[in-house]
Design a protein around this ligand. Sequence first.
Ligand code: ZN
Length: 336
Amino acid sequence: MPFKDIIGHDREITILKKALLNNKVAHSFLFAGPEGVGKRFAAISLAKSLNCSASADDFCGDCQNCRDIDNSSYSDVFMIEPREPESKGGDVDHETGIIKIDAVRDAQQRLSYRAARGGKKICIVDGAEKMNKEAQNAFLKTLEEPPPDSVIILIVSDGAALLPTIVSRCQRINFRPLPRNIMVGIIKERLAVTDDVAALLCSLSGGSVGKALGWDIESMLEQRKRIVEMLPRLSLTDMEGLFNAAEEISKGERPVESLEFLKMWYRDIAVIKEGRDDMVVNSDLLPVLKKHTQGQTFSKITSGFKAILDAQADIMPPRYANKQLTVENLLMQLAQ
Ligand SMILES: [Zn+2]
């Protein structure tokens, strides 16, 4: 699958193709733009085109090198990602994770070796803004004196969290959000879902195709249903029920997404109160929504929405608040 098959980023891809054609690929790139618009995909594509044995300025996707890069079994192309602060080499968690200096040192060591197959060594840091200060400072040395035959690609959704000295060392490529119709089209095609479900997933993912494509849709929709159905039952006179609900959300697989469901739900309630049923995101649950809208006032909806936003910010970096306590506190506010 060559560059031309990457949908919706013609301008960004043209810059990369031109550099490849002229053999003037920078030592370090900063791929900046919203979550899930295809920055990681573009970075892996660039890594392939710099190592593809069938093409000099593109990638075939079929040669041994391209396939090994796709399978993460090409030792010269590797990825650094955030991990949960409390986990010891456990699961990757992009939402709440952090990149520490050990990961940077490991990458530096790998970049210092000679390229095993004679191509380029590529280090992709996905979520580079999650590097703590120590890690960023360590990384700066590599950017200042890049090892021969290496290309570093930093992927960020929030470039402001990086040291300006790091940003200034990189060729910056801004990835713009994909138009909604293109996003819905990609989700529909890749997940083989109907237009309605694709549109719903697009909204629930906050416009992040990457996020939506990584979901197990059935379990995702089931999780959303459980969460929104529990909302009307929340009561300050039933603290046990409230704590159980908080536990289910905070200990569940996707606490950040669960709060996103709540946020979209409150948005929909506001939209229904305005009489704009046509703008509802959770259209498949319209009857439940309408029932929940009864008795809601705009001031309750606004303060509920704000409480959810605050809770989301609290459990994410740099705050890392305790998830269970944060969600308990949130549900108590929503129950009022
Ligand atoms: Zn190839």
